[in-house]
Design a protein around this ligand. Structure first.
Ligand SMILES: [Zn+2]
Length: 112
């Protein structure tokens, strides 16, 4: 196994898949996601396994944020903070393009 190589893999399609399945039965979503992967760990970068793991947004790589997800009491994939939108996100610098669920931030960098 080449762990270093795998780390550099682009999981954007996986994250988009998971976001597109919000509200769907987790058992089905999980098995469909696993069937596309050789390692299911990246699923749980986005999907919290415990309440303590739940985050409103999750940073992947340098500048790509995604909605944190969890599995609700009805076994459906859900968004931790559905009120969080790209308009609320503050970029941490002016030189990079920051995105939230693939959408570029609309707020400018405000400096310090
Ligand atoms: Zn930058």
């Amino acid at each position: 196994m080449h762990a270093g190589k795998r780390r550099g893999r682009d999981y954007t399609p996986l994250f988009r898949f998971l976001l597109s399945r919000v509200g769907k039965d987790w058992t089905q979503v999980h098995s469909e996601a696993v069937s596309r992967l050789d390692d299911e760990a990246p699923i749980f970068w986005l999907v919290a396994r415990t309440e303590a793991e739940q985050q409103s947004s999750v940073l992947m790589g340098q500048n790509s944020y995604y909605s944190g997800l969890y599995v609700d009491d009805d076994n459906r994939l859900a968004i931790v903070d559905p009120t969080l939108s790209v308009e609320q996100m503050e970029p941490s610098c002016s030189c990079c393009t920051h995105t939230f669920n693939g959408i570029p931030f609309t707020r400018p960098f405000r400096g310090r």
